[in-house]
Design a protein. Structure first.
Length: 304
């Protein structure tokens, strides 16, 4: 057995269930295999070593943490390059977890806390997201750290204490990656971009612009959007602009939910994050079917 410190990338496809329903078992299996191996080749080209494929996922080890994060953040683009008729009918996404630490390699596999955490972070990520642990964040150069969005502390299965987690935002597009890492964002020409979110409840109204700081929603005195309800935590949720997107993060004891206009099924948040778009409602501290729940209306304005 060989023990070493490595950066672990765990990537998992999303949407494969719908693909199997629409394309059938044989075609779907071929597509999923093609996609996971394309992701593996992409990571290997970036300097990683593929340990194994796991159905609709892949586990890869890196020596270079920066290369691992950069490659992981581009994997959604790799899938988009594999566009086919089947994928257009049931598009696949990829969610990724990255952690760094001591691992043990044995008999063609690897084990250790970093492996487990990377897998758990992948589970917690949404399609198209890359989540990284604290050791990975600490290993990145300052320009890359600035371009990562902190989700504060998240409860990870198997960990005794909540751990600090960041979402990688700098590589949502090749242009964003280049301008963020080189620090040349101010040199981009084009029409002025209007980005803000309007949040309302009864006679309360707040506008949060893209260049504003985070907005805290809660029962505490320091909340930017105070709500006097015992079901609402003192620091219940945070709304902020990051990487060109408006994100809400739940920190509460009782949870939150988001229902987008035109969607009957709400997104349940329990120490999780969700990207806000369009219009909808945010419920705090109670289930979506509780009509007494403190509810906020929101409208995201994103135009150039």
């Amino acid at each position: 057995m060989e023990q070493s410190v490595r950066t672990v990338v765990f990537a998992d496809l999303t949407g494969s269930t719908g693909l199997f329903e629409k394309a059938g078992n044989v075609a779907a299996t071929q597509i999923v295999t093609r996609c996971t191996h394309a992701l593996g080749r992409h990571l290997a080209t970036a300097g990683g070593r593929v340990v194994k494929y796991l159905g609709d996922g892949v586990l890869v080890l890196f020596d270079d943490t920066m290369a691992a994060v950069q490659a992981a953040a581009r994997m959604q683009e790799v899938l988009e390059e594999l566009a086919s008729v089947e994928l257009q009918r049931a598009p696949l996404g990829v969610k990724t977890g990255v952690d760094r630490g001591s691992i043990v390699e044995h008999d063609g596999d690897c084990y250790g806390d970093a492996v487990n955490v990377a897998a758990r972070l992948s589970d917690r990520a949404q399609a198209g997201e890359t989540l990284i642990g604290e050791a990975v964040f600490a290993s990145l150069p300052e320009p890359m750290r600035i371009a990562c969005h902190s989700l504060d502390r998240i409860t990870i299965k198997g960990k005794a204490e909540p751990m600090r987690v960041w979402r990688v935002d700098f590589a949502r597009s090749a242009e964003t990656t280049l301008t963020t890492l080189l620090g040349y964002q101010e040199l981009i020409d084009g029409p002025a971009l209007i980005q803000r979110i309007d949040i309302d409840r009864l006679d309360q109204h707040v506008e949060l612009h893209a260049d504003d700081g985070p907005l805290i929603i809660g029962r505490g005195e320091g909340a930017g959007f105070p709500i006097d309800d015992p079901r609402v935590s003192r620091r219940h949720a945070r709304v902020e602009w990051a990487g060109g997107q408006c994100v809400i993060t739940d920190f509460s004891s009782n949870g939150s939910w988001v229902r987008f206009a035109g969607s009957s099924a709400p997104v349940i948040l329990r120490r999780d994050s969700c990207t806000l778009y369009g219009e909808g409602e945010i419920g705090l501290g109670a289930t979506p079917d509780d009509f007494t729940a403190p509810t906020l209306g929101f409208r995201v304005i994103d135009q150039g």
